[in-house]
Design a protein around this ligand. Structure first.
Ligand code: MG
Length: 250
């Protein structure tokens, strides 16, 4: 069932989104060669708690940290570790959510660590742009497939691939709600978008094959071919006046 949010609930989601976005920004500012992903997790957790919120991911399905940090060929769900030291040239995907007064924000961004290759930068640029192509389609009366298709078309036109095994989702009082928001699909198909819906759109884009595999820790998800992957995400609300991004820092 798709849960529509009241204006009171939307204002709480806006606050949860703001905290999530600031947490993400803080993570990005912490990324530099020599920093461990555990240190970034720690900084972000402290910030979220200082805002009177809770890290959405901590303990979710047993996830052991506040932030997912996925480096290079890791697609999503990387577990922060004191043994994971960032180095010049890495691309670092950070996914973070905050729960404020019972409502979640969810957002992700892939950051460069120092100078990165032209190829890596191109992947980041295309993935970020595909997110905004998807958001543009998030109009009341349109369908989920319109979002999915816009992302897929943009990505595949640049010879990248969209991950199939993981998708975007509704978000609200639960971190993951209906509907699913795939990053691939057919225009005009899927649930119709209505004012009051809140969804997380999150293209995961691979340099090579879209196939991924999950490591033995049951979280860390990597590209099957070892090539790079990027991930950008915003939580948005559907309104009569078009999509509104809830995960903005200001
Ligand atoms: Mg998400």
């Amino acid at each position: 069932m798709i849960i529509l949010k009241s204006s009171r609930e939307l204002s709480l989601m806006r606050e949860a989104g703001r905290i999530s976005a600031r947490a993400l920004k803080l993570a990005g500012e912490s990324i530099e060669p020599g920093v461990t992903t555990a240190e970034i997790d720690n900084v972000v957790q402290k910030y979220i708690e200082s805002e009177g919120a809770k890290p959405s991911f901590l303990g979710y399905g047993g996830f052991p940290a506040s932030v997912c940090i996925s480096v290079n060929n890791v697609v999503i769900h990387g577990i922060p570790s004191k043994n994971c030291v960032l180095k010049q040239g890495d691309i670092v995907s950070v996914d973070v959510g905050a729960c404020f007064q019972g409502f979640h924000g969810d957002n992700a961004w892939t950051f460069p660590c120092g100078d990165i290759s032209k190829e890596a930068q191109a992947l980041l640029d295309a993935t970020k742009e595909s997110l905004f192509k998807g958001i543009e389609q998030a109009q009341a009366g349109a369908r989920i497939g319109d979002i999915s298709n816009a992302i897929q078309q943009y990505v595949e036109a640049r010879s990248y691939s969209v991950v199939r095994d993981f998708v975007g989702h509704g978000v609200g009082a639960n971190l993951h709600e209906e509907p699913s928001v795939p990053n691939f699909g057919v225009p005009g198909r899927g649930p119709r978008l209505m004012p009051g819906m809140t969804i997380a759109i999150e293209p995961m884009v691979n340099q090579g094959t879209y196939e991924v595999k999950v490591l033995d820790d049951e979280w860390t998800t990597i590209t099957s071919d070892g090539k790079l992957s990027a991930h950008f995400e915003h939580t948005i609300s559907i309104t009569q006046d078009g999509p509104v991004i809830l995960t903005l820092p200001d």
